[in-house]
Ligand binder design. Structure first.
Ligand code: FES
Length: 925
C-alpha cells in the first residue's frame, strides 16, 4: 500500500482489519484522536482526498493510493496556520482540546452552504467541554483572545499557552508519545454482578503468541485501598483490591493480560478460563439496606472505614438543628416530595489510561490521564511499598476529567505489570470500558420536606438522601456529605434535619462528578421550594430571596456550622437581580419565539458551592528567573481544559510586572514541586492560584531586594517591568541580574504554598424560558440566562467557557443522559450511540453575566467556577417546565417520551396557557 500523509509518502501495509486511525497514530500522527472508535464523536476526523472521514471507521487499506490530511497537515510546510486553525486560536474555541482537531478537520471541509447550517454540519462531532458556543464563534470568525504581549494580565481574555499546540495537533496527551518496547494490557471483566472466583486457568492464555503475562488476584497485593483520591485518605473506605477473588459488579476486573499487541492481549483475555461461584446480588440501594439483603463487602467496619458493612451502608450522616417537627407544626404550608436523579457518565473524550515504565533502572515512571498525579503516587507507593523517590507520576495534557479522573482506576494494575515484567506497559480504556469499568455520577433518591409561613419565611427543611455508590465506596461518603452541605446552608431555616446514606449495590461504582453531589440534592431542594412558593401563592424568586443566607451569616447545615467556610464575598443578591431582570423583559423582545400552540414557562434555580473541599487542599508552586530573563513557573496541578495554566500565568505575570508570554509553566509532574492535592473541587485557581501568587510575590521581592542592594539604592525606587528592574538611575535587565546573582551564589527561586483553608463560597443562578409541545413532549429552550459570582474574574473568556460547558453538561444530565442498568446489573448504554451526549444542535447560547465581587480569601479576589454552573441547570429547567405545564417533574432525565407521557396522564393536552395555570398544585409523575 502507498499512501501520502500530509505530503509524506508511506509504503507500509496495514495489519489485517486495521483502521486508518491506528495506522496514522502508529506512524506518529498523534493529532488523530481516539474518542470512541465507533464513528460517534469525530475526534479522529481526517481528510482522505479532501473528504472528511471518521478514521476509526475507515479501513486503512482503502487509503491505498490516496492522499490523507491530518490536523498536522492543515498548516503550510513553513508553519503558516490554515485559516480554520487561526480562527480556533483567535476564538479560543476549545478547552481540553481533545475534540479540536476533529472539529477543525470537519470545518475545513465545509462549503458555504454547509457553514450556514452548523447543527447539521457538526452532527458527527462531539465536544464535552465547551458547550459549543466557543466552537461556533471560532467557525464564524469571532475573535475573543487578546494579544498576550502587552498591558495588564489579570481580568483580560488572554489565550491558553497551549493553544498553538492544540490547533496544530502537537499538544501531547497521555498516549501521544512513542515508548520503545511497549507492551499492551487488556482487562478481562466479570460477567456476573456478584461471584466468588474459585479457579482461574491461565495456561491457554499464556500460550497465545505474544502474551507475556496474565495477572490475577494471585499476583495482586492483599492490601485494600480506595480508588478515590483525597488529601486525607481516611475519608474513603479501603474496600478495593487491584485484582480481587470476589467480583461485585458486571465489568469488574478479573484478570489483566499483557502482550506485544492489543490484539494478542484481547485474544489472551478470551482464553483465560475462570470458574465462578455465582452469588446473589442486590441492585437497588433501598433493597440493599433491608435485613437479609446480600452483603456487598463483608469487612470489618473500623479497618475498612465502612459505616455498617452488613447493612451495605458505606457512609451515613444524621444531623438536626432546632426541632424540625416543631418547625413543620409552625408552618402554614408544607410540601413534601421524592426526587430521583439518574446515573450520568463523565464522558470525557479522552478515556482513562496510563502508560508506565522503569527509568534509571528501577524508578517507576507513570504517565497517566489523571487529575491527581501526587495522590496517585502516594497510593502507588503505599500499595507496592515503594519510597516516594522511586515513583514519578506525570500527567500530560488531560483530555477532560469532570471529576472522573480524581480516581486511581488504571495506574495500580499498570504498575503491577511493569514491576513484574520490567517492561513498559500501556492500558487505554475503550469507550465501552468507560461505561463498564470507570465510574458514574451517583444516582440519588431525595425525600425533601419544606415548610413555610404565609409571610414566606421558611420554618423547616428536612432531607432524606439515599445515594447509590455501586459496588465500591470510593467517593461515596464524601459525595453524600457534600451533597447536603451547601444545598442546605444556602437557605436560612431555624429547623433543619438530614438523614443521608451512601449505599453499596452490585452495580458499576459511582465516583466524583462535577458538583460532587450538590447537583442531585439541589434538583430536589430548588424544585421543592419552587413548589412550596406556588402553594403559598408567592413568586418563587421572591420566596427564595427572603430565605437565602445573607452576607454576614454563618454557614449552617443540619450538622451545625461549618467553621472554615465563610462568605468572603457575596454576589447572590446580584445573581438574583440578573434573573429578575430576565423575567421582567418581555418575551417578544429577547429570546426565541415560541411555536404556535406550545406551552411556555419560565423557571430559575440558584446554587452555592464552597471554593474548595473540607479538610485541606495543598498546592506548592515554585517560581524562578531563568538565564534569559524570562520566568519558570512549576505547579503541581493538572490542566484538563479548566484553563488553570492560563490563569497561573496571568497571576504570575501580574506579580512579576511582566507579560504572560515571558512565563513558562511546567505542571502536573511529581518531580517538579513538593506536593499538590490535585485538580479537583474547583481548586485550580483558588488554591493552586494562591500558591502561584505567593511564589511569584516572593520572587518579585527577591528580585527587588537584590536589585536595590546591587545598585546601592532604595528598594522603594525600584520597580519590576517586562524585562528589567527600573530604578532611579535607569534599568537593570533581568538577564544581567541573573548573571550578577549567580556570580555571588544567589539564585532567584521562590516557593509558594497554600493549604486550601479557610474557604469561601461562590454563587450561581440559572434561568430558562421554555416552550413545550404537549402533543409530542418536545421542549425548546427559548432563552437561557446564567448569573455567576466568580469574584474577580481572572479571564472572562475562559471563565465564560467553563460556565457554558457546565450548562451544556447540565442540560445533558437534565434531558437525556442516562447510564441504564439492566435487570442483571449490566450497563446497557456502553456507547455514545446509546448514551446520548448533548450535540451542537442541542445546546442554545446562554447569556452569561458576571457579578461584581472580590473575594477576601481567593487570589486577587477570585473564586472557583468550574463545577457550580452545572448545579442549578436541572432544577431551573424543571421549574420552567412546571410553569409551562402545571406538572411537577421529579425524576431525571426529562426525556421527551417521559414528558409526553406525564403530560398525557395529567391531561395536559391543551394549548391554552390559562387552562394549565388553573391546575393549581402540580401533579407529579
Ligand atoms: Fe471539546 Fe474538551 S474541548 S472535548
Amino acid at each position: 500500500m502507498r499512501v501520502d500523509v500530509n505530503g509524506r509518502p508511506f509504503e507500509e501495509e496495514p495489519r489485517p482489519g486495521q483502521c486508518l486511525r491506528t495506522y496514522l497514530r502508529e506512524r506518529g500522527w498523534f493529532g488523530v484522536k481516539k474518542g470512541c472508535d465507533a464513528g460517534d464523536c469525530g475526534a479522529c476526523t481526517v481528510h482522505v482526498d479532501g473528504e472528511p472521514v471518521h478514521s476509526c471507521l475507515y479501513p486503512a487499506f482503502r487509503a491505498d493510493g490516496r492522499s490523507v490530511t491530518t490536523v498536522e497537515g492543515l498548516a503550510t510546510p513553513d508553519g503558516e496556520l490554515h485559516p480554520v486553525q487561526r480562527k480556533f486560536l483567535d476564538a479560543q474555541g476549545f478547552q481540553c482540546g481533545f475534540c479540536t482537531a476533529g472539529f477543525m478537520m470537519t470545518t475545513a471541509a465545509l462549503d458555504d452552504g454547509q457553514l450556514a447550517d452548523l447543527p447539521r454540519a457538526f452532527k458527527g462531532n462531539l465536544c464535552r467541554c465547551t458547550g459549543y458556543r466557543a466552537i461556533e464563534d471560532a467557525v464564524r470568525g469571532v475573535r475573543h483572545a487578546e494579544a498576550p504581549d502587552s498591558g495588564e494580565s489579570v481580568g483580560r481574555n488572554l489565550p491558553a499557552p497551549a493553544g498553538p499546540q492544540v490547533v496544530t495537533g502537537t499538544a501531547r496527551y497521555t498516549f501521544d508519545i512513542d515508548v520503545p518496547g511497549l507492551l499492551h494490557m487488556k482487562l478481562l471483566r466479570s460477567p456476573h454482578a456478584h461471584a466468588r472466583i474459585t479457579a482461574v486457568d491461565t495456561s491457554a492464555a499464556l500460550r497465545v503468541p505474544g502474551v507475556h503475562a496474565v495477572l490475577t488476584h494471585h499476583d495482586a497485593p492483599e492490601r485494600h485501598f480506595s480508588t478515590a483520591r483525597h488529601e486525607r485518605a481516611t475519608e474513603d473506605p479501603d474496600d478495593t483490591r487491584v485484582l480481587d477473588d470476589t467480583v461485585r459488579y458486571i465489568g469488574q476486573r478479573v484478570a489483566a493480560v499483557v502482550a506485544d499487541s492489543e490484539a494478542a492481549a484481547e485474544e489472551g483475555c478470551r482464553r483465560v478460563e475462570v470458574t465462578y461461584e455465582v452469588l446473589p446480588a442486590v441492585l437497588d440501594p433501598e433493597e440493599a439496606m433491608r435485613p437479609g439483603a446480600p452483603v456487598v463487602h463483608d469487612k470489618d467496619a473500623a479497618t475498612a472505614r465502612i459505616s455498617r458493612p452488613y447493612d451495605n451502608v458505606v457512609g451515613e450522616a444524621h444531623g438536626e438543628i432546632g426541632d424540625v417537627e416543631a418547625g413543620f407544626a409552625e408552618a402554614d404550608e408544607v410540601y413534601e416530595g421524592v426526587y430521583r436523579t439518574q446515573r450520568v457518565q463523565h464522558a470525557s473524550l479522552e478515556t482513562h489510561g496510563a502508560v508506565a515504565w522503569l527509568e534509571d533502572g528501577d524508578r517507576l515512571h507513570v504517565r497517566s490521564s489523571t487529575q491527581t498525579p501526587f495522590l496517585t503516587r502516594r497510593a502507588l507507593c503505599a500499595l507496592y511499598d515503594l519510597p516516594h523517590d522511586r515513583v514519578r507520576v506525570v500527567a500530560g495534557r488531560v483530555g477532560g476529567g469532570f471529576g472522573g479522573k480524581q480516581e486511581m482506576l488504571v495506574e495500580d494494575v499498570v504498575a503491577l505489570a511493569v514491576l513484574r515484567l520490567r517492561r513498559p506497559v500501556k492500558l487505554e480504556y475503550t469507550r465501552a470500558e468507560q461505561f463498564h469499568g470507570a465510574t458514574t455520577r451517583h444516582p440519588f433518591t431525595i425525600r425533601v420536606k419544606a415548610g413555610a409561613r404565609l409571610d414566606g419565611r421558611l420554618t423547616a427543611l428536612q432531607l432524606r438522601v439515599v445515594s447509590d455508590t455501586g459496588a465500591y465506596g470510593n467517593h461515596g461518603p464524601a459525595v453524600m456529605f457534600h451533597s447536603v452541605g451547601e444545598s442546605m446552608a444556602v437557605y436560612r431555616a431555624p429547623h433543619k434535619k438530614v438523614d443521608a446514606f451512601s449505599v453499596y449495590t452490585h452495580t458499576v461504582p459511582a465516583g466524583a462528578f462535577r458538583g460532587y453531589g450538590l447537583g442531585q440534592v439541589m434538583f430536589a431542594t430548588e424544585s421543592a421550594l419552587d413548589e412550596l412558593a406556588r402553594r403559598l401563592g408567592m413568586d418563587s424568586l421572591e420566596f427564595k430571596a427572603r430565605n437565602v443566607i445573607g452576607p454576614d451569616e454563618p454557614m449552617v447545615t443540619a450538622d451545625g456550622e461549618e467553621e472554615d467556610l465563610h462568605i468572603a464575598s457575596y454576589g447572590l443578591d446580584q445573581c438574583l437581580g440578573i434573573v429578575r431582570r430576565a423575567e421582567a423583559q418581555p418575551a417578544d423582545a429577547v429570546g426565541e419565539p415560541a411555536p404556535d400552540g406550545w406551552l411556555v414557562g419560565e423557571g430559575a434555580a440558584l446554587a452555592m458551592i464552597a471554593t474548595g473541599p473540607p479538610g485541606g487542599h495543598i498546592a506548592d508552586v515554585k517560581a524562578a528567573l531563568l538565564p534569559d530573563g524570562t520566568f519558570d513557573l512549576a505547579v503541581g496541578t493538572a490542566e484538563f481544559g479548566n484553563g488553570t495554566t492560563t490563569v497561573h500565568r496571568q497571576i504570575a505575570a501580574g506579580e512579576l510586572g511582566t507579560t504572560v508570554d515571558r512565563i513558562t509553566v511546567r505542571q502536573s509532574d511529581t518531580d517538579i514541586v513538593r506536593h499538590d492535592t490535585g485538580a479537583f473541587a474547583s481548586t485550580g485557581v483558588v488554591v493552586a492560584g494562591k500558591a502561584t501568587l505567593r511564589a511569584s510575590r516572593a520572587l518579585a521581592d527577591l528580585l527587588l531586594d537584590f536589585a536595590a542592594a546591587h545598585l546601592r539604592t532604595d528598594r522603594s525606587g525600584c520597580r519590576l517591568t517586562e524585562e528589567a528592574v527600573l530604578h532611579p538611575g535607569g534599568r537593570l535587565p533581568l538577564k544581567e541580574m541573573y548573571d550578577a546573582a549567580r556570580a555571588v551564589g544567589v539564585s532567584f527561586a521562590s516557593d509558594g504554598h497554600f493549604g486550601g483553608t479557610p474557604r469561601s463560597v461562590a454563587f450561581n443562578a440559572q434561568w430558562f424560558r421554555l416552550a413545550v409541545d404537549p402533543g409530542t413532549g418536545e421542549i425548546r429552550i427559548l432563552r437561557s440566562v446564567h448569573a455567576a459570582d466568580a469574584g474577580t474574574v481572572m479571564n472572562p473568556m475562559q471563565c465564560r467557557g467553563q460556565i457554558e460547558g457546565g450548562i451544556a453538561q447540565g442540560l445533558g444530565a437534565t434531558l437525556f443522559e442516562n447510564v441504564r442498568i439492566d435487570a442483571h446489573g449490566a450497563v446497557e448504554t456502553a456507547a455514545f450511540r446509546r448514551y446520548r451526549l448533548p450535540q451542537y444542535a442541542d445546546v442554545p447560547r446562554t447569556e452569561v453575566h458576571f457579578m461584581e465581587t472580590a473575594d477576601a480569601i481567593g487570589p486577587l479576589g477570585a473564586k472557583s467556577m468550574s463545577e457550580s454552573p452545572f448545579n442549578p441547570v436541572a432544577p431551573a429547567f424543571a421549574n420552567a417546565l412546571r410553569d409551562a405545564t402545571g406538572v411537577r417533574f421529579t425524576r431525571l432525565p426529562l426525556t421527551r417520551d417521559r414528558v409526553w407521557l406525564a403530560l398525557r396522564e395529567a391531561g395536559v393536552g391543551v394549548t391554552d396557557r390559562s387552562r394549565t395555570e388553573q391546575r393549581g398544585p402540580g401533579s407529579s409523575p
